[in-house]
Design a protein around this ligand. Structure first.
Ligand code: UTP
Length: 294
């Protein structure tokens, strides 16, 4: 059994779709209720059982590292003001049961390039990639078991995998769209036959899109390092996955269990806030009253 311990979270993108909010604040630090998105993601990674997070970051994103660091001044103030509940919550953020390192991506040359930046810290081990703007919600306001199941499967079968969700036709051209191999007799959805980055509706092989949870065997780096930049000069992760599959490497498709919000988009971030707020009885009644008056 191979242990899977390391998860890469790339946070070095520019977040242009959320400008001007993301001019000085990283997209990953925008809040869903009173927590930054990245905190939900880190909690999902810990719940899945990973031991190490590698943030691929950028000089403008220092607030992400600061968020998970100890804040002496804040803790002392909360202690003095006897705000015990909040003090406990703040302390817990810097005492998470996981090690966190970061490495820089000097220039945003695409998601594939960001992952390559973490190669040295991954060493010879397998690894997961978790996109920090894709927020999963299950019944209790957490991300559920999707990533945990993928990790478990990897540790038994040593096979790479992707989490797939269903996308609306109008959103097909925003994501990596996958085709499942026919008659595939494997666990879950089956094996992936091909994956295309942002296809037109006409060229899309299905309505299944990669929702931002990936697990790879270490040899995936070999394929990633051979991918050429696309028209916008970015190295695409999807191209490397397709290249990997075409070389007869197996990639399982797991079905997303829960709802997902692409918080890199304004409307999706608003919906994510509503989704999480509606789980709280008090907030739910405020929202219902507000909408009644509209
Ligand atoms: P996105 O394309 O969703 O993020 O990449 P972005 O580039 O920040 O956003 P827009 O499109 O300009 O609005 C998915 C994830 O990959 C990271 C991003 O930080 C995001 O979390 N990423 C992307 C990098 O770390 N480096 C890159 O060069 C590109």
């Amino acid at each position: 059994m191979t242990k899977l311990n390391k998860a890469i979270i790339p946070v070095a993108g520019l977040g242009t779709r959320m400008l001007p909010a993301t001019k000085a604040i990283p997209k990953e630090m925008l809040p869903v209720l009173n927590k930054p998105i990245i905190q939900y993601i880190v909690e999902e990674v810990i719940y899945a059982g990973f031991k190490e997070i590698i943030l691929v970051s950028h000089s403008s994103k220092y607030s992400i590292e600061n968020h998970f660091d100890k804040s002496f001044e804040l803790e002392a103030t909360l202690e003095k003001r006897v705000k015990r509940g909040m003090l406990k919550e703040i302390r817990a953020i810097s005492r998470l049961n996981i090690s966190m390192q970061s490495i820089r991506q000097g220039e945003a040359k695409g998601l594939g390039h960001a992952i390559l930046c973490a190669k040295k810290l991954i060493g010879k081990e397998p690894f997961a990639v978790i996109l920090p703007d894709m927020l999963i919600s299950k019944n209790k306001g957490n991300a559920g078991d999707s990533l945990k199941e993928m990790k478990k499967n990897f540790e038994i079968n040593e096979t790479s995998s992707l989490l797939l969700g269903k996308v609306k036709k109008t959103d097909i051209s925003k994501y990596g769209i996958a085709k499942i191999r026919e008659n595939s007799k494997s666990p879950e959805l089956g094996f992936i036959e091909k994956i295309i980055e942002k296809p037109s509706i006409k060229k899309a092989p299905s309505d299944l899109y990669a929702v931002g949870r990936y697990i790879f065997t270490n040899d995936f780096f070999k394929y990633l390092s051979k991918v050429k930049p696309d028209k916008s000069n970015e190295i695409q992760l999807t191209d490397a996955i397709d290249f990997f599959i075409k070389d007869n490497k197996k990639v399982y498709a797991f079905p997303l269990d829960g709802k997902i919000f692409d918080c890199g988009e304004n409307i999706q971030l608003i919906l994510a806030n509503l989704e999480f707020a509606m789980k709280d009885p008090l907030m739910r009644s405020h929202i219902k009253n507000y909408l009644k008056k509209k």
